[in-house]
Design a protein around this ligand. Structure first.
Ligand SMILES: [Mn+2]
Length: 305
């Protein structure tokens, strides 16, 4: 049996959609394959997506199993069920291990730097002329994967191929009004329901440079309203971590970041960094800025306090 699987610990919607869709493609081609994961599913796999008529398969271990790995190529992070010497294909979009796998798997190592692995799977269906055989539910999973991994096409990793694949999937699914908004609002709902844990999970506590506070939090949301309406709560959670913090709120609806900070020194430094002023505790940026991009900018700039 061919086992299509992904990473250990947590998998996101790109891995989840990818392994289900790829196992299904192999089945359509008459090749027995199962989509298996023993990892936890993260918040990008929403309750609505879990309610679709698509599921992971049960795993029954057999010595004759071969493995296909999706959305991860660092062998330290493969699902625990994987026998490394039995890997027959890897499809990923993370950098670092492309030469290693090319050597071993030749053309069966497909590591390409685009927005989502889901896009590569859609292209595979197309090459096999099997797009018409893809179910609406699988198409919905793959659409969500592309949205999530490209941050609604705003992330710099977004490729034209992602946009093209998404359009093809939309045709299979038919008309859904504001699918992007619905998907991200559902992700946002689980963040709101568990605000403290969500903030903690996406806070980095480390010295990155002289300008930025060590406590640097980030939330990716459809819109910023909830956070602004619950400012006191948000401040309380962050103040507990450190008197000096900053929060990067990525608003996907508007395609821009908002920096929130309440410490005067922190605010002054960020104002120098972006050459922009805070309106009370909020600074509106011109586009989506990821935390790692803000840190990079801060490290490249030298100024005296
Ligand atoms: Mn991915």
């Amino acid at each position: 049996m061919i086992i299509v699987t992904s990473g250990s610990n947590y998998i996101d919607i790109d891995a989840y959609a990818g392994i289900i869709a790829y196992a299904n493609l192999l089945n359509l081609k008459g090749i027995p394959a199962k989509a298996v994961s023993t990892a936890k599913l993260n918040e990008s796999i929403t309750p609505s997506l879990l309610n679709l008529n698509t599921v992971l398969d049960e795993y029954e271990k057999s010595d004759s199993d071969n493995f296909i790995i999706l959305d991860v190529s660092n062998k330290d992070y493969f699902d625990n069920i994987v026998n490394e010497s039995k890997i027959i294909e890897i499809i990923d979009h993370h950098t670092g291990f492309e030469e290693y796998w090319k050597e071993i798997l030749k053309e069966k190592s497909r590591i390409e730097f685009i927005g989502a692995v889901a896009t590569i799977i859609v292209e595979d269906y197309e090459k096999e002329n099997l797009l018409d055989n893809m179910s609406k539910d699988i198409a919905l999973l793959l659409m969500s994967a592309i949205l999530d991994n490209t941050l609604n096409f705003k992330a710099k990793v977004t490729d034209q191929r992602d946009i093209k694949a998404y359009k093809k999937l939309s045709k299979i699914v038919g008309n859904i009004d504001n699918f992007e908004e619905k998907y991200f609002l559902e992700c946002q709902k689980s963040i709101e329901a568990n605000l403290e844990k969500s903030i903690e999970n996406d806070t980095k506590n480390e010295k990155t440079c002289d300008i930025l506070p060590d406590t640097f939090s980030q939330l990716t949301l459809w819109n910023k309203d909830f956070i602004l309406n619950n400012k006191e709560n948000v401040y309380k959670i962050l103040d507990k971590m450190s008197p000096e913090w900053m929060l990067n709120v990525i608003s996907l609806e508007e395609g821009k970041s908002y920096i929130i900070a309440n410490n005067e020194l922190v605010k002054r430094n960020i104002e120098k960094l972006f050459e922009k002023a805070f309106k009370t505790d909020i600074m509106e940026l011109d586009s989506v800025w990821l935390r790692k991009e803000i840190i990079k900018k801060a490290r490249n700039i030298n100024f005296k306090n």
